[in-house]
Design a protein around this ligand. Structure first.
Ligand code: AMP
Length: 215
């Protein structure tokens, strides 16, 4: 099964991606995670992405498309398909992806959009904390760790993403409205999109999402 998970920053893509990946045994990439990893390691890709990403701007398409193409090339022998989290975010990326996968069994089959009203996202984003070691995600308002700023699972210190502040969020939401909503509209016209009300609690969303993906 080949899936895109889409949604504004803070809509729950990361949280549900880990559940989907485990439940359906999929190969997963988050383009945002790859950029962050490369930025923190100071690689060539990281240096190219840093200035954009830390301001909340989208990284140019040619850089992002190349990264996704490299990911696809690792999938040739793998079964079960993929879950792409945070890609495509522009119409040019969507078209590039279609070209990359034309005539292969890597074309996207299902697209889920995590739908949350923009005014709810600020609390989610500014309260978000993540564990770099095991990937667990917390929110200091709605899902605090037992000990402040420490991961419940592996006791590592929690970190806050550099772009998780009110100023960057505004830029990221503008990018989403301008560039990514047209991508969703493009796939909606093709009848490929399932929207999920992601403003509900996680345990209410998960069965709905699972059902959509099992259909
Ligand atoms: P995310 O973790 O998905 O919120 O992504 C964090 C940041 O990584 C974004 O604000 C962009 O700067 C960059 N990024 C992630 N995915 C893409 C993409 N598909 N196209 C361009 N930039 C991206």
């Amino acid at each position: 099964m080949n899936i895109f998970i889409m949604g504004a920053p803070g809509s729950g893509k990361g949280t549900f991606s880990s559940r989907i990946k485990e439940e359906f045994n999929l190969n997963h990439i988050s383009t945002g995670d790859i950029f962050r990893e490369n930025i923190s390691k100071g690689t060539e890709l990281g240096l190219k992405a840093k200035a954009y990403s830390e301001k909340g701007l989208l990284v140019p398409d040619e850089i992002t498309n190349k990264m996704v193409k490299d990911f696809l090339s690792t999938l040739e022998d793998k079964k079960n398909g993929y879950l792409l989290d945070g890609y495509p975010r522009t119409l040019d990326q969507a078209k590039a992806f279609e070209e990359m996968t034309a005539g292969t069994d890597l074309a996207v089959e299902k697209i889920v959009v995590m739908d949350v009203p923009f005014d709810e996202l600020t609390r989610r984003i500014t309260g978000r904390r993540t564990c770099k070691k095991c990937g667990a995600i917390y929110n200091i308002y709605s899902k605090p760790p037992k000990v402040a700023e420490v991961c419940d699972e592996c006791q590592s210190p929690l970190t806050q993403r550099k772009d998780d502040n009110a100023e960057s969020l505004k830029v990221r939401l503008d990018e989403y409205s301008k560039n990514t909503e047209p991508v969703i509209a493009y796939y909606e016209e093709k009848g490929m999109v399932s929207k999920v009300d992601a403003s509900k609690p996680i345990d209410e969303i998960w069965p709905v999402l699972k059902e959509i993906l099992k259909k």
